[in-house]
Design a binder for this molecule. Structure first.
Ligand code: G6P
Length: 369
């Protein structure tokens, strides 16, 4: 096992580090920034098919569901396709309204999650076209669906998903961009700019990993806390949910991920003097609203840890601790923020002496209901 860990203390840390290459693998050979185009090997969906999609139905569980929620924003913004995101165990016992021009997208790292498989079988019974985003070649889901996009993340041993989550995000970015292009929703220049930024992501991930000590120090400061909050808006909302999930899974600290604008509808009551609140406050159209939210929680005594663009001067006025993120295209910053938050969860669990690769009560793949 020590050999398989390649010098890392845990598979999770190894897999966090592997993201410099797994992210690259997720887009390698699939993008042309000069043409401003994306192409997937073996995708049968034609331009006409993509133009005819009236709605996307996402189905997933756990971390894959968080990737799915992110993709709702992407499909709607980039491709103009209305997107619903359902938890597979809810979807399978619901009464969904689906039709032939709905594209059902199942997101599952393992391709074996029982609830996701059952939900896809349900969607098929409505005559929907189905597409899977998975990491495991030849997994059960690939035999159930019309199309498969592989995330090419390589095997993941740690129970808590890390590199497979960012692999799913990249696959979803590409699918949303491709759909946007096919529907004439996104122009050549915009597409080109995003793809150029995408190619820089692996190098930027490396920079984050090189600065991991800062995240470790931050994790050590709060490792005894009994609760943690993560807040974000728009694309950073699913980032907050995934960060909270990661922390819960491996450090056993009670953590909540919240849409920052919802704080005043309940969770503000839980903020006490010194409660750590991680605010994902990278640049974008909701940035100024995030600053307001940060002021709101500061006023209640919270200690604010801001994840912010490295060139952000403004944030220093409001946050207690700032963890800088390399500057990228607004749409892509969630990938980089996620790496920081994976490290935060990892180092918190490390400080607490938890069983990082095999958290209590959890399994890598849930193949029974
Ligand atoms: C389990 C794993 C999670 C994963 C979820 C869905 O709960 O511990 O990491 O996100 O299953 O798995 P899937 O393979 O369908 O993505």
């Amino acid at each position: 096992e020590a050999a398989e860990k390649a010098g890392y203390d845990h598979f999770m840390l190894k897999e966090i580090h592997e993201q410099t290459t797994s992210i690259q693998n997720a887009f390698a050979g699939r993008i042309s920034e000069i043409e401003g185009s994306v192409k997937f090997e073996n995708l049968k969906l034609t331009r006409k098919d993509i133009q005819n999609i009236s709605r996307i139905q996402i189905i997933a569980c756990g971390t894959s569901w968080n990737a799915g929620l992110m993709s709702k924003y992407l499909f709607e913004q980039l491709a103009g396709i209305h997107t619903d995101v359902d938890i597979a165990s809810e979807f399978r016992y619901g009464y969904p309204v689906l039709c032939g021009d709905t594209l059902t997208v199942a997101i599952t790292q393992s391709g074996e999650t029982a609830d996701t498989l059952a939900a896809v079988r349900g969607a098929k019974s409505y005559g929907c076209r189905t597409l899977a985003i998975t990491n495991v070649v030849g997994s059960t889901i690939t035999r159930e669906v019309n199309e498969t996009i592989y995330t090419r993340s390589g095997p993941e041993i740690g129970v808590a998903a890390t590199k497979t989550f960012t692999g799913q995000l990249i696959a979803l970015y590409l699918l949303a961009l491709h759909s946007g292009r096919m529907r004439g929703n996104i122009g050549h220049e915009d597409m080109k700019n995003i793809l150029i930024s995408l190619k820089k992501i692996p190098g930027q991930v490396q920079r984050i990993l090189n600065n991991r000590d800062k995240v470790h120090r931050c994790a050590s400061m709060f490792s005894d806390t009994d609760s943690y909050f993560f807040i974000g808006r728009y694309l950073n909302y699913p980032v907050a949910l995934e960060a909270a999930l990661k922390l819960k899974e491996i450090s056993y600290i009670y953590a909540e991920g919240y849409a920052a604008g919802e704080l005043k509808h309940g969770p503000l009551a839980l903020i006490k003097e010194g409660t750590p609140v991680v605010a994902i406050a990278t640049g974008g159209h909701t940035y100024s609203k995030m600053l307001n939210n940060i002021k709101e929680i500061k006023a209640r005594g919270a200690t604010v840890i801001a994840i912010a663009d490295e060139d952000d001067q403004e944030i220093q006025k409001y946050a207690d601790i700032i963890i800088p993120v390399p500057k990228t295209h607004e749409l892509l910053s969630p990938v980089l923020s996620t790496i920081i938050l994976q490290l935060l969860a990892y180092y918190t669990a490390l400080e607490r002496g938890c069983s990082i690769d095999k958290p209590r009560n959890l399994a890598k793949s849930v193949t029974v209901e």
